[in-house]
Design a protein around this ligand. Structure first.
Ligand SMILES: *[C@@H]1O[C@H](CO)[C@@H](O)[C@H](O)[C@H]1NC(C)=O
Ligand SMILES: *[C@@H]1O[C@H](CO)[C@@H](O)[C@H](O)[C@H]1NC(C)=O
Ligand SMILES: *[C@@H]1O[C@H](CO)[C@@H](O)[C@H](O)[C@H]1NC(C)=O
Length: 271
């Protein structure tokens, strides 16, 4: 009986995974939602107490370079991960582990605003783990950025996640607990790649709004732009027309000497 209940739980989760839609977003992937991650600094300031009290923060000594045997590659940095064990059925029950793969922002905002994990964890008696992406928030390698930026890649990031997950399963004696990796947008791309590359570590991946095929020469490149255009057009035809006419003007200004700084001033961009 127990195993039937267990597998029906997994069935509903797999349906959920299948039903999750994929939408196209360009290379420069915008964040989900309207939340301004830059406004977050100290997590205890910004995560409401009722969320915060269920969370434990840890730091993992992460390897800087997973793909090289050069001595400098063994350098480590502190990678932040946050655990919510409120709903976990425990290792003895082989209760699952939901791992949220951090994307291109500090992890604080996602913990605060992404309800999917805490909403679903009670049904599955799941442990929730959030891991911060390298080079964001409190998971930034020490030393000059110029020296380290070669290690700032998605391949390194998912290798980080594999290491943390394997370490945690060992630490919690939870080898039998199935792991589902979860992410949105770029984080969803990471979740899909993780499942492809580390199938022995994650039983499944949930990739929400993840443009996994959105690369040059894989699919026609007008998909994203036509969807965005349609969004604007549906709201306001004149807005659509105005924006459309602006591109050639912007190109013209940009091509003049000093044109880019004129644009920076007009659009009040950051430095
Ligand atoms: C992590 O590294 C620090 C030194 O940077 C060390 O003091 C600490 O013991 C290490 N932790 C683990 C769990 O290896
Ligand atoms: C889990 O199982 C082990 C071995 O059967 C037992 O020693 C331990 O107390 C159990 N832990 C919990 C939390 O039930
Ligand atoms: C893992 O184990 C060590 C002790 O061996 C402990 O200090 C640490 O907090 C544990 N838990 C996690 C979630 O890393």
């Amino acid at each position: 009986m127990k195993s039937i209940a267990f597998s029906s739980r997994w069935l509903s989760l797999s349906l959920l995974i299948l039903l999750t839609s994929v939408s196209a977003i360009p290379h420069n992937i915008p964040r989900l939602g309207v939340f301004d991650h830059k406004s977050l600094r100290d997590p205890s300031d910004t995560i409401p107490a009722f969320v915060w009290e269920d969370l434990e923060t840890y730091f993992y000594n992460q390897t800087l370079d997973h793909f090289n045997y050069n001595p400098p590659s063994y350098a480590t940095f502190k990678q932040r991960y946050v655990i919510n064990s409120k709903y976990w059925g425990g290792a003895n029950e082989s209760a699952p582990i939901f791992v949220y793969l951090g994307a291109e922002a500090p992890i604080d905002g996602d913990i605060q605003f992404i309800g999917f994990l805490p909403e679903n964890a009670p049904n599955f008696k799941a442990l929730i783990v959030y891991i911060e992406h390298r080079f964001y928030g409190q998971s930034v390698p020490l030393g000059p950025v110029k020296e380290n930026q070669g290690y700032f890649s998605s391949a390194q990031a998912i290798a980080d996640y594999a290491e943390v997950i394997l370490y945690l399963k060992e630490n919690l004696s939870a080898q039998k607990s199935p792991v589902i990796v979860i992410g949105g947008s770029y984080g969803g791309m990471l979740a899909s790649w993780f499942r492809l590359k580390y199938p022995h570590v994650a039983l499944g991946a949930l990739a929400a709004s993840a443009p996994i095929l959105y690369f040059d020469d894989i699919i026609p490149q007008n998909g994203y732009y036509s969807i965005v255009t349609k969004d604007f057009q549906e709201v306001s035809e004149s807005c659509y027309e105005t924006i459309k006419q602006s591109w050639s003007v912007i190109d013209e200004v940009a091509s003049q000497p000093n044109g880019l700084s004129i644009l920076s001033q007009r659009f009040n961009t950051c430095s």
